[in-house]
Design a protein. Structure first.
Length: 138
């Protein structure tokens, strides 16, 4: 009987410790963890991503992409606060797998319709690209 009571007491203590640890996990805009958080954005505008000029490669053979242009086409854009923030643009392939990534710092964007910045990649086969993911400030 003492063993059963001891096992129950040990279980209660262990569960309490794990529950307290899980309750202390949090997430913020600067870290990952368990939970949710509202993260401020440098703009509420909808940005568009378009491929730069495609080039034909006889070695593939096929067309390649070397740039992605991130543009704000809002009537009254408000994204100059994005200047000086880091960006990561990922070219995705089948299953949302990463094909290539470009990183840098946003610069030169203005609050005029069509203002943009360009992410540059090593030549990637256009046939393999199924999507683009853009993160600014992360």
């Amino acid at each position: 009987m003492k063993r059963i009571l001891g096992a129950i007491a040990a279980g209660v203590v262990a569960f309490s410790g794990i529950y307290a640890l899980a309750a202390s996990l949090s997430v913020s805009s600067n870290s990952l963890g368990a939970g949710t958080s509202v993260v401020a954005s440098c703009t509420a505008d909808t940005l568009t991503a378009t491929y730069g000029t495609l080039s034909y490669s006889s070695t593939l053979p096929g067309y390649t992409v070397t740039t992605v242009v991130i543009k704000d086409n809002a009537t009254s854009p408000s994204w100059t606060t994005c200047n000086t923030l880091a960006y990561r643009v990922t070219l995705e392939t089948t299953g949302n797998a990463s094909l290539a990534e470009a990183t840098g710092t946003v610069s030169g964007v203005t609050n005029t319709t069509g203002s943009s910045f360009t992410a540059t990649f090593t030549a990637q086969s256009a046939a393999l690209i199924t999507g683009v993911a853009v993160v600014i400030g992360g």
